[in-house]
Design a protein around this ligand. Sequence first.
Ligand SMILES: Nc1ncnc2c1ncn2[C@@H]1O[C@H](COP(=O)(O)OP(=O)(O)O)[C@@H](O)[C@H]1O
Ligand SMILES: [Mg+2]
Length: 266
Amino acid sequence: MAPSILELKNLSREVKGRNGEPFVIFRDINLSVRDGEFVSIVGPSGCGKTTMLRVINGLIPPSTGQIVVDGREQSGTGGDLLMGFVFQGAALLPWRTSLNNVLLGLEGRGKNPSEARDLARKYLDLVGLAGFEQHYPHELSGGMQQRVNLARALAIEPKILLMDEPFAALDAQTRSFMQLELLRIWSQTKKTVIFVTHMIAEAILLSDRVVVFSHRPGTIREEFRVPLPRPRDMEVKSDRRFVDLENTLWKLIEEEVKAAGGFARL
Ligand SMILES: Nc1ncnc2c1ncn2[C@@H]1O[C@H](COP(=O)(O)OP(=O)(O)O)[C@@H](O)[C@H]1O
Ligand SMILES: [Mg+2]
């Protein structure tokens, strides 16, 4: 069994609410992730998934608890040196080419320019964008833009890749292709991935483990190992074990949504 690369211990995040009362976004998160593992987090909208990724990445501090990466407790900001972050939707600078968008992630990381360019090209290649280095974002499809975002996150060669609903803005067909592409890229890079999605089938297809969050304040309600062999393709979705897990997860999330006030509140 690979050692754990990321440990979250009693992690919580609380802010001051509108009336001055504490507003707990998520709490009591204990999670241990193995090196090279693909873990998805699913849960109702507003349960604190994005906030938790931002805390893990060191963009905002936790209110309680610890984040341990590779045996070292993270303090303050700077976790982003160890982690790549792929956000939901467009995060590319429109006036920069693909290559220069990827280079953006490498700036200020002590690489000399030719080293940085080599890395940027390597990862654009890996995500399937060889030949598109000089294209601007408006010349790329939505799927290709997310490939650039992925290359940017990978180019810093992070220990951990954090992905926040990266395919949410894509049409269904492109999304399916990107899921398969992510499986290919993951198997080639052997990265540890924490992947947030609201799509249950996406979580199962991609992951070794799916963690279900409760409604806010988000906490881990249950987690499931995905009992499906790899490599996987779309056919795995009709496997009995896939369908069973999908139903189980759907029921849990439905319960959480109801507990949070029902579908009308989404
Ligand atoms: N700085 C903040 N101050 C007040 N409320 C916040 C703050 N950040 C997030 N929230 C609230 O916390 C909840 C969880 O947000 P978020 O992490 O975006 O959830 P998710 O990604 O699961 O949909 C939301 O209700 C959001 O409005
Ligand atoms: Mg979110």
